[in-house]
Design a binder for this molecule. Structure first.
Ligand code: DQA
Length: 158
C-alpha cells in the first residue's frame, strides 16, 4: 500500500506556530513518526509540504503517475478556499482523508467551511499531532475494507 501525506501552507512552522492550536512537535518529527507507523502497518508513506497552492496541485497530480492508493491531506488554510486543490483531488480519484490538528469547528466561522470534505472518505480534526495517526488508521482501514469488498464482489451487484 502506497500513501501520500500532503501538508499545506504554514505547516512547515509547526513547533513554532500558535502552540495553543498546533502543539510543540515539528513537522519533520510528525512525518517521521507517521512514516514509521505506516511501515509497521505494511504501507509506504511519501510526505510533501508546500506553502504554494500550485506546488500542492502539482504534487497531487503526480500521484496519477505513481502507484498511490490513498492520500492524507492537511491543506491548512487552503482547505477553506482552494477549488484548485479540490479539483486536483477529484482528478486523481483516489480516496483521501482530510485532517486538521486543531478543532476547526470550535474556531472562526470561516474555518468551519471545507471545500474538500464532501469528497473525502472522512475527516479528523482537533487531536493535535494525533490527528495524523488517526487519519492514517482511518485511511488504511478504509482501503483494506473497500479492497476486501471488491475482492469478494460485495458492492458490485452480486
Ligand atoms: C489547520 C486548520 C486551518 O484552519 C489552518 O488554516 C491551518 C491548520 C489545522 O491543522 O488545524 O493552517 O488545517
Amino acid at each position: 500500500m502506497n500513501l501520500l501525506l500532503i501538508n499545506g501552507p504554514n505547516l512547515n512552522l509547526l513547533g513554532k506556530r500558535e502552540p495553543i492550536f498546533y502543539g510543540s512537535a515539528k513537522l519533520e518529527a510528525i512525518e517521521a513518526d507517521l512514516r514509521r507507523e505506516a511501515r509497521q502497518r505494511g504501507a509506504r508513506l511519501d510526505c510533501f509540504q508546500s506553502n504554494s497552492e500550485g506546488a500542492l496541485v502539482d504534487r497531487i497530480q503526480a500521484a496519477l503517475e505513481e502507484q498511490c492508493d490513498g492520500v492524507l491531506i492537511n491543506a491548512g488554510a487552503y482547505t477553506h478556499t482552494s477549488i484548485a486543490i479540490r479539483d486536483a483531488l477529484l482528478a486523481i480519484a483516489l480516496p483521501f482523508v482530510e485532517l486538521h490538528m486543531s478543532n476547526v469547528y470550535s474556531r472562526e466561522p470561516f474555518r468551519q467551511r471545507s471545500l474538500l470534505v464532501d469528497c473525502a472518505v472522512g475527516v479528523v480534526s482537533g487531536f493535535g499531532a494525533l490527528s495524523y495517526s488517526l487519519a492514517l488508521e482511518g485511511l488504511l482501514q478504509y482501503l483494506r475494507t473497500s479492497d476486501a469488498k471488491i475482492k469478494s464482489g460485495y458492492g458490485l451487484g452480486s
